[in-house]
Design a protein around this ligand. Sequence first.
Ligand SMILES: [Zn+2]
Length: 462
Amino acid sequence: MILFRDIYHLATMNDAGERLTNVNVLIDGPRIADVGPGIAAPEGSRIVDCSSMLMIPGMVNLHHHFYQTLQRNIPPAQNRKLFDWLTTLYDIWANLSPDAIRASTRLACAELLLTGCTMTSDQMYVFPSEAGTDLIDIEVEAAAGLGIRFHPTRGSMSRGRSQGGLPPDVVVQTADEILRDSERLIDAYHDPEPFAMTRIALSPCSPFSVDADLMRDTAELARDRGVLLHTHLAETEDENEFCLKEYGVRPVGLMESLDWLGDDVWFAHCVHLEENELDLLAGTGTGVSHCPTSNMRLSSGVARVPEMLERGAKVGLGVDGSASNDSSDMLGELRICLLAHLLTWGPRAITADEIARMATRGGADVLGRPEIGTIAPGMAADLALFDMSRIGYAGALTDPLAAIMYAGFDHRASYTVVNGEIVVEEGRLVRASEEEIAADGNEASRRMLEDAGVDTSWMRSA
Ligand SMILES: [Zn+2]
């Protein structure tokens, strides 16, 4: 057992939004055993002094593409909007290898854990024929090695350039290959039980890289097997135009016609929505992964999140792939979210409390995890702790929860706990070496970029 003793400030994220001070939290295996003042530690327990710590439930990342950590900040993809950005990158992604997937998964998961994220999704949708068929298997193994709770999604692209899609034909697969591999992954890794460490979801990439038949067949398979569905939606004006031209409807209308709305579906982005589409998402319990940094980076727009929350829609946060963020800084995403909405919709649009709730309980709700996202007895022991005695928070402690969004310049968690295990301790990974992960990431990045003919002359030698 582990006792987190004398916690300076605790944001429970329970229904009442209770905050507690000077309390203890006892965890027993994967669960929180007790929360309150004066709880004693049974003999042999580990004790962690939390007298300067803010404790929140671990944050949940709803959207990522781990492999893109190897293409952060590359000059040809700076200053581009989505469609140009994608066509620039597809040719680089065609060089993905098993080693690149391992290195990028470790890099992304390390950054997420170090910034207080305890459960993440990932969408892997580029399967170059030469890279083999076990790229998601490699992700599962690498994520488990670092100790993060993981919802990998089996992405897919079936509509290459010769079929009117955006990706080159060399990175797309046939519907048959995609559906067979989706079933294989569900059989191998999906754990439907509460407290599961790994759950699979299915995620055709987007309306412009997958045809309607595959979207429909994927939904049927997911419902047959009881797994969630995920895709990109309504990210840009270009996508709206594509859907109107190709299908005669806007993206949400297309999804409705394909039986792709419901509480087993979540969409990344949802930037360009009209009133009735906001109503439809909220009314059907369809989840949204809001990705503010990525939407700013690609000049896509700002999602109408305050209106989604008003309607009771299920919304969480996603850092999105690292070619459009360009980091996996979970806490940083909350700050960007706060500032983006205050700027776009006005000073009363959203509060720091609402954003913290979205990033924790909100995300867990989207992924169908009622046992995660609240600090209370019986709930999952997924926790993030931040040291509020750091210089960046000095002068900001009248509201310690809001302080981690309004103030601070170092987004590193002091402790991150997943499934009852301390995986970040005093701001460092417990199970792996950060230096090694960074060096491996740089090496894998260099190989991919050189193969694609990108200028790497300024890259630092290991
Ligand atoms: Zn994405």
